[in-house]
Design a protein around this ligand. Structure first.
Ligand SMILES: Cc1ncc(COP(=O)(O)O)c(C=O)c1O
Length: 396
């Protein structure tokens, strides 16, 4: 048998798989599974967005043809207008906006567009998996920037060795952050990033997938608002979380036109872009009422408040995040002798509750778990009852 590429073999084991297998076993045993593992929004897209899709599919058959790879101008304009409204950042829809088949696709292809074998990318650890895996698939080298609790989960740019910084072609950052839920306040961190990127000629890729999943009046700043950011970087967005459109595969990237060109070129050789009816539904989402985003955030907040309060009551101290749809927590006391994967495996076996082991996001995630708030509000009470029993019985 022929082997797949060395790049593919080099990809780290997909640690969610171990949990997924146990989850399937639990379903097979007819166990009542509470799935807080994957960041897969459980709420559907809003009615007006669904209607835009079905109306286009039914009444505009021309949209069934191949779409334009870079995204239709109407959507690129809607994106540019949304940026002006939301961040007071003016973008040229002709060359500073590119539609993606979900932001994951664009992030992975960005590495492939820029990295030759041996080229370095600076990547946070822990991070959303594709930040690293895209680099590996491109044949690039990863320099891990640890995200540590004591630094507010911000990378310490001064700790990046000069020799690496000089070699690095690109870096990834992402706030609000998955998995740590960290946010940035104001632009001071982004200003440091811009100065660093200019000093070493590094392309900055800001993954802004959770820009709108924000709570308690917190507003997440756009990297693009930072003076100089448009000279050095890009910002990736997703409709998946903002509009509960994860399965629709619609995202976009904005920023420096010259930096975008190679990504657009690569994509034009690989895909035809997103189905036009979905792009038009995206236009509706951006231009229509944003009430659905408020409703979604209110629901995540309701779940967050209930779960955090009840977890703290049973002695598992968990912080309340200002953004994202996750809780990020150290393993509970009495379980810290275990790895995060062992903990999550035992947890699903004994309770039917699936969580994501922190190590799945990188070695600095070891000792933590991520809980996604993607199940019905009423299930969190049940989850805590099971967890209480589990903690009492299994604690060492
Ligand atoms: C930080 C981050 N970026 C990107 C994505 C992927 O989003 P999309 O559905 O747009 O590909 C996710 C999905 O969970 C994410 O957590």
């Amino acid at each position: 048998m022929k082997k797949p590429t060395k790049k593919l073999i080099k990809l780290p084991p997909y640690l969610f798989e171990a949990i997924n297998i146990l989850k399937c076993d639990a379903y097979a045993r007819k166990q009542d599974v509470i799935d807080l593992g994957m960041g897969n929004p459980d709420m559907p897209a809003s009615e007006h967005i669904v209607e835009a899709l079905t109306d286009t599919v039914t009444n505009h058959p021309k949209t069934h043809r191949y779409p334009q790879a870079k995204g239709m101008l109407k959507l690129r304009k809607a994106i540019a207008d949304w940026y002006t409204r939301t961040y007071k950042v003016d973008l040229n829809p002709e060359n500073e906006v590119l539609v993606l088949v979900g932001s994951k696709e664009g992030i992975a292809h960005m590495s492939m567009a820029y990295l030759d074998p041996g080229d370095y990318a600076l990547v946070p650890d822990p991070s959303y998996l594709v930040h690293k895996n895209g680099v590996i698939l491109a044949g690039g080298e990863i320099y891990d920037m640890p995200l540590l609790e004591e630094n507010g989960y911000l990378p310490d740019l001064d700790a990046v060795p000069r020799s690496i910084a000089k070699k690095a072609k690109m870096m990834f950052i992402s706030y609000p952050n998955n998995p740590t839920t960290a946010v940035v306040k104001g632009l001071s961190f982004f200003k440091k990033v811009v100065a660093f990127a200019k000093k070493y000629d590094i392309i900055v890729c800001h993954d802004f997938a959770y820009s709108e999943v924000v709570f308690d009046g917190y507003k997440s700043p756009s990297f693009m608002e930072t003076p100089g950011a448009r000279e050095v970087g890009l910002e990736f967005h997703s409709f998946s979380k903002t509009y509960c459109m994860a399965g629709w595969r619609l995202g976009f990237v904005v920023g420096n036109a010259e930096i975008l060109k190679p990504l657009e070129k690569l994509k034009s050789y690989l895909d035809f872009g997103v189905f036009t009816a979905i792009q038009l539904a995206g236009v509706k989402a951006l231009n229509g009422s944003q009430k659905c985003v408020e409703t979604m955030n209110a629901e995540y907040m309701r779940r967050r408040d209930k779960f955090v309060k009840e977890l703290n009551k049973i002695g598992w101290e968990v912080d309340s995040p200002e953004a994202t749809m996750y809780l990020w927590s150290k393993l509970p006391e009495g379980f810290r002798h275990m790895s995060s994967l062992e903990f999550c495996e035992l947890l699903i076996l004994k309770t039917g509750i699936a969580m994501a082991p922190g190590v799945a996001f990188g070695s600095n995630g070891e000792g933590y778990v991520r809980m996604a708030l993607v199940t019905h509000y009423n299930r969190f009470h049940d989850a805590v009852l099971r967890l209480n029993k589990f903690l009492k019985e299994e604690r060492k």
